[in-house]
Ligand binder design. Structure first.
Ligand code: GLA
Length: 742
């Protein structure tokens, strides 16, 4: 099997006589062989992955990168593994099996029913299924000729958005059980001189801390073994730049992510030929999965997009895909809200909440969101130490139940939403007393709690019913409930299920159980808006967002911290999914806090009655202003202009599809002497041939703008020369609206 690669050989190639002869021979033989070889290009509008079936029936990745004009030409791409045929279909395997000739990190590793541990996957057939004008799925059936095991590789292409989702289905066609030790979603193979990985780490209130480093030979692993709240220390999202770190507008960059709300693992292996192998999927850690004869295993999905024009374009592609195809109601509306978490914590009662509902109306937001603390009677939920699991209204705090609050909300012409954390239990709860067998814990061992709580065993169908019923009962009794905040505050310690026979299925079956509950919920309540929360962003991924309209980024709402976090989240998730609340965290004035929250979906978690008259006036006006620009923020394209990591300010803008409206957000992040924007910031995404005027929004009462609002600029000027929002240490945040002038 012979392949070509445009990049590598040309860099290494020396024009000697033997080289010339070899190249000629190589070219002729490859042309002849190419006739027989099956080429399977997976193409989006801009990029392509080419799979090629070799003479030995093994499938290799022979090209990854910018799409070529003529698909047939992928077959001339010189081999990425060109140190001889020994590597063919091995380093570049489309789905690397373990236990045969492959000695690199596998995508799949199995023990067959007869105890044999080898696997060799060979091409059987492939087909392309067109779902609509934009979406198609290519599937390849592979089979082990010795041991009857089938693997189907799926590549779902979202053509215009340049996004591909990959997964595999593994079928046991043997007489006895087969054990899967590793079962990745995807296997990619890229070539470049160098690889730069941008990835994330964090903790509670420290989400999305980032690092960008060059990958060296060997394997870098991104993973989670936390079970639930799996992204607490590391999310499954990452970027790889080829040759040099991509900037916003330049460079080759791949964004990848595992769509799985549990343990994930991504291996990034720079192989002996300096090519990059990426294998991503469910983390096989403590998760060997046994398939009965005839049973299939569908892996998680792995998502990627690739751009030759930098990180900005890649994220815009991903946003468009997410809004159109993934996030629930991704192109729809959202509710602005007042949340009582930081205003009251657990300390509230009916009269207090009735006041807050009035404040919701006074503020001008759409909904009041009642947070934690409303339930539990034998063990009232007055702190995070008790009551979790007992989803009955606390009769002291809410003598007239949720129904009364829903009615109060209705009387005030606002909506009502409510917090739940249905997967979890406090040991001090009636649920725990009644159903200790529903709790994940090792028998005979000391219990380790995380936030004083334990995780319920969602692999158990009875627990799935219980969790579904927590939400369904609320809805059935109170059909006026308009929103849920679904929280998940603990990791799984002492992983053990008293329901499962096979303990190594727990991590996987937990997540599958969770999705079953969410599927059932969505079948009954298809569009009810719901926030994905996990003590912050500890669980956000694109499998979960299918069921949720939005997510809580972090409990850290200090606006300065938020600028950095929202910036990093924005690479992967569009603004319509970002829940940003104005709280009392941080030392900044209410204007700064509100301006920062406005770059996503705006909410408040403050004591409205304690606001100074001017502050209240500002917030009320800001909400009206937000309502007038939210369409652009939620559905427009995001352009990052100045990174807070490189300047003492941050600047970004959203532009609507017609390019006739845009909103520009600017924030100071440094306060050293002289800090500010002393030169224009170049705007992006406008129509160069149209003219725009700029207006400053969200001015604090009795302040004036130094911006000349009657001036008109061409898009060309604004994108070439730029515009100075006049930020400085006294003018720390500036929001500008751009409107096209007829
Ligand atoms: C988590 C959430 C918070 C709040 C509390 C309630 O920490 O992130 O927003 O809902 O739980 O206990």
């Amino acid at each position: 099997m012979l392949f070509f690669n445009f990049n590598k050989p040309f860099r290494q190639w020396q024009p000697t006589k033997s080289n010339l002869l070899f190249s000629l021979f190589f070219l002729i033989t490859s042309q002849v062989l190419a006739q027989k070889q099956i080429l399977i290009p997976i193409e989006t509008r801009q990029h392509a992955l080419a799979l090629q079936v070799g003479a030995d029936q093994r499938v290799g990745i022979t090209y990854f990168g910018k799409k070529l004009k003529t698909p047939a030409e992928y077959q001339y791409v010189p081999a990425m593994y060109r140190r001889g045929d020994d590597y063919s279909g091995i380093l570049n395997a489309a789905y690397t099996p373990a236990g045969s000739r492959n000695l690199v990190e596998p995508a799949i590793q199995v023990t067959h029913s007869d105890g044999n541990t080898s696997l060799d996957l060979q091409y059987v057939s492939h087909k392309v299924q067109k779902i609509d004008k934009n979406v198609s799925t290519t599937s390849l059936l592979l089979r082990d000729p010795q041991h009857p095991l089938e693997v189907t590789l799926f590549y779902k292409v979202y053509y215009d958005e340049n996004v591909v989702e990959q997964w595999s289905v593994i079928k046991n066609t043997q007489q006895g059980p087969v054990t899967l030790h590793k079962y990745a979603s995807a296997n990619l193979y890229l070539t470049a001189d160098r690889y730069w990985l941008k990835h994330y780490h964090g903790d509670w209130a420290k989400e999305m801390q980032t690092e960008e480093t060059q990958l060296t030979t060997g394997i870098k692993v991104l993973d989670s073994k936390l079970g639930t709240r799996a992204n607490l220390y590391q999310p499954p999202t990452f970027m790889v730049s080829l040759d040099k770190p991509a900037t916003e507008d330049e460079g080759r960059v791949l964004y990848g992510s595992v769509e799985w709300s549990g343990n994930f693992r991504v291996d990034l292996e720079v192989d002996p030929l300096n090519n990059l192998r990426i294998i991503g999927g469910i983390n096989p850690f403590a998760s060997a999965y046994t398939l009965a004869p005839g049973q299939e295993f569908s892996t998680a999905l792995f998502l990627y997009t690739y751009s030759e024009n930098g990180k900005g374009e890649a994220s815009r592609n991903l946003h468009r895909w997410a809004r159109k195809y993934r996030i629930l109601e991704g192109e729809g509306n959202r509710l602005t809200l007042l949340n009582n978490w930081e205003a009251t914590y657990f300390d509230f009662n009916e009269p207090k909440l009735a006041e807050l509902i009035k404040d919701t109306k006074r503020l001008g937001v759409d909904m009041f969101l009642l947070d934690d603390g409303w339930f539990g009677n034998k063990y009232p939920r007055n702190s995070d130490k008790a009551g979790l699991g007992d989803w009955q209204e606390n009769v002291q705090k809410l003598p007239h139940g949720i129904g009364y609050l829903v009615k109060e909300a209705k009387n005030n012409d606002v909506k009502f939403g409510i917090w739940v954390e249905p997967e979890m239990v406090n040991p001090k709860s009636e649920l725990y007393e009644k159903h200790p067998e529903w709790v994940i814990r090792q028998p005979g061992r000391e219990e380790h709690l995380y936030r004083n709580q334990l995780v319920l065993d969602l692999s158990n169908p009875q627990v799935q019913d219980f969790v579904f019923n927590v939400l369904d009962n609320i809805m059935t009794k109170n059909p006026g409930v308009a929103f849920f905040k679904w929280d998940c505050n603990a990791v799984i310690y002492n992983a053990h299920s008293s329901y499962l026979k096979n303990q190594s299925h727990l991590y996987v079956d937990y997540v599958k159980g969770l999705y079953k509950v969410l599927d059932r919920f969505r079948a009954k309540y298809p569009k009810l808006p719901m926030m994905l929360c996990s003590g912050g962003g500890g669980r956000v991924d694109y499998a979960a967002l299918k069921y949720f309209t939005e997510f809580w980024l972090s409990d850290n709402t200090d606006p300065l911290e938020r600028i950095f976090m929202q910036w990093e989240y924005s690479y992967f998730f569009p603004a319509i999914s970002h829940d940003n609340h104005v709280t009392d965290w941080g030392k900044q004035p209410i204007k700064f806090r509100t301006d920062v929250a406005m770059m996503g979906k705006l909410g408040f978690d403050i004591v409205v009655s304690k606001l100074e008259p001017k502050e209240l006036q500002f917030c009320q006006d800001a909400i009206k202003t937000y309502n007038s620009i939210k369409d652009v923020v939620w559905h427009g394209d995001l352009f990052r202009l100045a990174s807070p990591r490189e300047h003492d300010y941050a600047s970004l803008m959203y532009v609507n599809e017609a390019k006739n409206r845009a909103v520009l957000f600017n924030y100071m992040v440094g306060s050293r002497y002289g800090a500010g924007t002393d030169s224009p910031i170049k705007l992006k995404g406008l129509n160069p041939d149209k003219k725009y005027k700029l207006k400053e929004l969200n001015l604090y009462p009795e302040t004036r703008t130094p911006i000349k609002e009657d001036a008109v600029y061409s898009g060309d000027y604004l994108m070439t020369v730029g515009f100075n929002p006049l930020l400085n240490t006294r003018r720390t945040s500036v929001i500008l609206e751009l409107t096209q002038v007829k």
